[in-house]
Design a protein around this ligand. Structure first.
Ligand code: ZN
Length: 132
């Protein structure tokens, strides 16, 4: 089952915890055992899984990405958001998560994040559940 969800981001660079949104989609799908693909259909955003306990972790990731990929760096792309395109490809457009007995299998400190690199704007996330 494919579920589409909209989210609104509020900053240019931001991680938004979408774990509960993915859990709701899995619940709606009524899938017991399988996988869910969490996919970002944008070229200046991404999906990742990382720590949810210390907000310093996602802040550090954003800071490191911005130091590795500066806003202005002699890019060819005329739209002015090349940094966001590069960050999107570095982080990746999707994550695959395991569903066991109707629940998401994640480590205790793990959350699924929508990574905004060219916000704020309205974004979409697709969650495709597949039976094992
Ligand atoms: Zn662009």
């Amino acid at each position: 089952m494919l579920v589409k969800r909209s989210i609104t981001t509020s900053r240019r660079n931001e991680f938004i915890d979408i774990t509960s949104l993915v859990r709701e989609a899995i619940y709606e799908s009524a899938l017991v055992d399988g996988v869910a693909i969490v996919f970002c259909p944008h070229t200046t955003a991404a999906i990742t899984i990382n720590e949810n306990a210390d907000p310093g972790v996602t802040a550090d990731i954003l800071q490191k990405l911005s130091s590795l990929v500066p806003l202005r760096d002699g890019y060819s792309h005329a739209e002015g958001n090349s940094d966001a395109h590069v960050k999107s490809s570095l982080v990746g457009a999707s994550e695959t998560v395991i569903i066991e007995q109707g629940t998401l299998v994640l480590g205790v400190w793990q959350s699924i994040y929508f990574c905004e690199f060219d916000g704020p704007r309205s974004r979409n996330v697709y969650i495709q559940t597949l039976a094992a």
